[in-house]
Design a protein around this ligand. Structure first.
Ligand code: DLL
Length: 438
């Protein structure tokens, strides 16, 4: 039986490709003008011979523009990419940088509204309506999974319960008492939630849950099927990143076969991460994104480091916006631990400046029940090792506190005798990810 396809903005979602490309070109020109207002891009673009948006004559001219990296954002920290007077900027979000400097984004009120509209469009595409009660279990704060999702869910007209992450017993109570129909959580938290419901005083039938939106970390089709079977709900994949306004950048429709990228809001490219040249449609490469609608902070040809491929065939839903496949990995060493992005270099930074920490360390990530667990193992110096247990315990607590302050994850810390950890013969192995590959 044919399913009825829900839409938020039929005109935009079903428009002709030629029409979409006109919108993209106009928006790109504006974004280039906008970028020229920032100290960061004005220098870069002028170097590439671009002095105004009108230098962009066709979408192919995108390739004349420079790529932008996470490191560039760090260098532009805190305000180097602001394209409007600060008084027009109403919000700042941030995510982990590769070291202590975070990468930040700024939004005007219009930007907040456009991002909310994009999110609402994504939610409508999976069948969410104002009749739904939506519980957002992603962390509120600097992380975009909280607030940016929230604004989109409200824009659609759902009743939003901003429970944020954690406190599983309260999550379940709210889900039960308010009749929550839609949830937003990481896939690993969903499994945890399921187990907690099984252990609760209520049976599955006493919940009205029908849709789970999952994202912020990689997960496989098998995991989706497992969650769907266990919970008897529709599970939909949602991709996003802080730099691109958070969740809802790419989203599955009811057919669940790849994620549509909203191409009137973003231009996507898939490049070979070594040669930086575009790959053929259907080949795996790094996703590069240009934001078409953000006044406060332009972002041109941003290297996401996420590996995926374009699905060239049209989708059964009829949307013109092309799809990308589930992500197959990243081109850098970023770890995602319970949905939180962690770069090994951040932890190294803490360890290296800590008096008493020796030469060798290892970051271990493993599954502890259904959630991820982070352990930092490090050798101590011979002087500290000779001291009494209190000194060692203090060091342990200090490492825990500093790592936790920097990346918002509480690690276990294991201190090791000097010289007891294996010495690397080649490139030092600093991370052991023992989580089962999905
Ligand atoms: O994770 C934004 C988000 C919130 C997306 C809620 C979806 C739902 P960041 O913290 O900046 O932002 O992390 C972005 O997470 O580059 C991917 O590596 C990874 N990621 C996000 N969504 C998915 C997904 C948010 N659906 C980084 N599948 C990205 C695989 C994902 N990886």
């Amino acid at each position: 039986m044919e399913m009825e396809v829900p839409f938020w903005d039929k005109k935009i979602e079903l428009m002709e490709r030629s029409q979409l490309e006109i919108i993209q070109l106009e928006a790109l020109k504006k974004q280039v003008d906008n970028a020229l207002r920032t100290p960061f891009y004005s220098e870069r673009l002028k170097k590439n011979g671009i002095k105004s948006g009108s230098d962009i004559k066709s979408l192919d001219d995108l390739r004349r523009l420079p790529l932008t990296t996470k490191n560039d954002l760090r260098e532009a920290y805190p305000f180097g990419l602001l394209a409007v007077p600060q008084r027009e900027c109403v919000r700042i979000h941030a995510s982990s940088g590769t070291t202590g400097t975070p990468t930040v984004i700024y939004q005007t009120m219009k930007d907040v509204d456009v991002a909310a509209d994009t999110m609402a469009r994504s939610l409508a595409a999976v069948g969410c309506t104002p009749d739904d009660i939506c519980q957002n279990m992603m962390t509120y704060g600097l992380f975009t999974g909280g607030l940016c999702f929230h604004y989109g869910a409200e824009k659609l007209g759902m009743t939003v319960i901003p429970t944020s992450s954690g406190n599983t017993l309260r999550q379940i109570k709210f889900m039960h008492d308010f009749g929550t129909t839609v949830t937003h959580a990481t896939p690993s938290y969903l499994l945890h939630l399921h187990q907690a419901i099984e252990n609760s005083e209520w049976s599955r039938e006493e919940f009205k849950w029908r849709i789970a939106i999952t994202g912020a970390e990689p997960h496989s089709e098998e995991l989706r099927c497992k969650i769907q079977d266990k919970l008897g709900i529709g599970v939909f994949n949602c991709y996003g990143m802080s730099e691109l306004n958070g969740p809802g950048v790419a989203f599955e429709c009811i057919y669940r076969s790849g994620l549509h990228i909203w191409e009137d809001r973003y231009i996507m490219e898939i490049i070979n991460p070594e040669t930086l040249e575009p790959v053929e449609d259907g080949q795996i490469g790094e996703l590069v994104m240009t934001i078409l609608c953000r006044d406060a902070m332009p972002l041109i040809r941003y290297r996401t480091r996420d590996l995926t491929r374009i699905i060239p065939e049209p989708c059964k839903c009829g949307r013109i916006h092309r799809r990308i496949a589930r992500f197959t990995g990243r081109t850098d060493d970023m770890l995602i631990i319970n949905g939180v992005n962690v770069f090994p270099s951040q932890i190294e930074e803490v360890l290296l400046k800590m008096h008493g920490v020796g030469a060798n360390y290892l970051i271990v990530v493993e599954k502890h029940g259904l959630l991820d667990k982070l352990t930092v193992q490090c050798e101590v110096t011979p002087e500290i090792f000779a001291d009494d247990a209190r000194v060692l315990n203090n060091l342990k607590d200090k490492i825990k506190a500093e790592v936790s302050a920097l990346i918002s994850i509480n690690p276990s810390v294991e201190l090791k005798e000097p010289g007891s950890m294996p010495i690397a013969e080649g490139k030092a192995k600093r991370v052991e990810d023992k989580r089962p590959k999905e």
